[in-house]
Ligand binder design. Structure first.
Ligand SMILES: *Cc1c(COP(=O)(O)O)cnc(C)c1O
Length: 421
């Protein structure tokens, strides 16, 4: 055990409030008090340090999901937690009648890291779906086509996941998520994934915006080609439509660059960020590139109570500072390559996708949920976004040695999963 792990092993103030009991007891109480939208949680987690977490029964896990691409620097990162604690004990919330130094500094930092052109701006929210809602309202403001004709069409992709609130849900493709909540905000069409001709046919002067994830995370880590992103940039620019990239999952170093779209060499009109941005603390952001797009939403047209509060923005500043100063991006590329090369060599793995530390791999049988269970039993947290697909989105600070423990254990995990069918 490292010093960091030891220093976090004590009882928390919240532990004293809620008491101790077994995982089974917490889960029984969960099922009688929590709404059933998430099904039954896999484990009750009580503590984390770096890439490790522990459950209520004391079992240790290597966290290869990182709270779904959220815990960018792992759990209980000493610098991030100390910045959060010191900000919270100085000034925690001020309302948007006021601003605070961390809010301004974070906006400046994000614009600098993304090499945003002059006139670019930031809006802060508290989650991914809220960042997408802001982007959707931005798209609605791009409403005047040639000769005053309306722009009412918004384009998204088959397989897209943009969040669960009503606006973001209208962009999300999955029928099972959408159908119970019809009617959704209108005007959204879904077109085939990575199909340039389908995009060319869909984008016209009635199009307000095209929403794309550079890599579809929830759909099983499916990357759009650089050619597609470049074509999308050209087609939207020609038609006067906005190109909005949802980098909620892919941004903040997840793919080894600050933004996943950097590889394609394009500048979108706007991007959404959230998951990794606060290093585990809730925060979302909409970045608009250039003065024209940045002035589409004017005073009074959007708002939030908590968005951009001093604590969340301090957490994000600490996260970005650490990623930058500890050379985390280069590390992500190295460990990601290592993991993918190792996965390709495992019997039963048929395809490996993704960049940096957003990795999806397919199996030769529909056993992914059983692999998640067998992984937990063996002390590894992974995720199954589809029946034969496993997703890894570990903390960006995962070491090569930690990755190797998973690669070594995977054949037996796959074996156990297949036997359990
Ligand atoms: C997770 C995710 C969202 C939604 O974020 P929440 O914080 O869960 O609301 C939106 N877009 C993408 C690409 C995501 O991965």
């Amino acid at each position: 055990m490292t010093n960091t792990e030891l220093s976090h092993s004590g009882e928390t103030a919240a532990d004293a409030l809620v008491g101790h009991t077994s995982g089974a007891d917490w889960l029984a109480r969960y099922s009688t008090s929590l709404m059933g939208v998430f099904g039954t949680p896999q484990r009750v987690l009580v503590r984390g340090a770096g890439c490790l977490v522990w459950d209520a029964d004391g079992k240790e896990y290597l966290d290869l999901l990182g709270g779904i691409a959220v815990n960018a620097l792992g759990h209980a990162h000493p610098f991030v937690t100390s910045v959060i604690a010191s900000q919270l004990s100085t000034l925690g919330h001020v309302s948007n009648f006021f601003t605070s130094p961390t809010q301004v500094a974070l906006a400046e930092k994000l614009l600098a890291l993304t090499q945003a052109p002059t006139g670019s701006k930031v809006f802060f929210a508290n989650s991914g779906t809220e960042a997408v809602e802001a982007a959707l309202k931005l798209a609605r403001r791009n409403n005047a086509g040639p000769q005053g004709a309306p722009r009412s069409k918004i384009i998204a992709l088959e397989g897209a996941f943009h969040g669960r609130t009503m606006g973001a849900l209208a962009l999300t493709a999955k029928e099972a998520y959408r159908e119970p909540f019809q009617p959704l905000p209108g005007g959204v069409v879904h077109i085939p994934f990575d199909d340039i001709e389908a995009l060319r046919a869909a984008v016209d002067t009635s199009t307000a915006a095209v929403f794309l994830e550079p890599i579809q995370g929830e759909a099983g880590v499916r990357p759009l080609s650089a050619e597609y992103l470049q074509a999308a940039r050209q087609l939207t620019a020609d038609a006067g439509a906005l190109l909005i990239l949802d980098e909620v999952q892919t941004g903040i170093g997840r793919t080894g660059t600050w933004l996943a779209c950097e590889d394609a060499g394009i500048v979108p009109d706007a991007i959404t960020l959230a998951k990794g941005l606060g290093g585990g603390f809730p925060i979302g952001a909409l970045l608009t590139f250039g003065a024209e797009v940045s002035s589409l939403l004017t005073a009074g047209q959007h708002g939030t109570t908590f968005g951009g509060n001093p604590v969340a923005t301090a957490a994000a500043l600490a996260t970005l500072h650490t990623i930058e100063n500890q050379h985390v991006l280069a590390h992500v590329l190295t460990v990601g390559e290592h993991l993918r090369a190792g996965l390709v060599a495992v019997t039963g793995v048929t395809e490996v996708r993704g960049r940096g530390l957003l990795i999806g791999f397919d199996l030769d049988a529909d056993v992914a949920p059983a692999v998640v269970q067998a992984g937990l039993a063996a002390g590894f947290i992974v995720n199954s976004p589809g029946p034969h697909t496993i997703r890894l989105a570990p903390p960006l600070v995962l070491t090569t040695a930690q990755a190797d423990t998973f690669l070594a254990a995977l054949p037996a995990i796959l074996q156990t999963a297949k036997e359990s069918q």
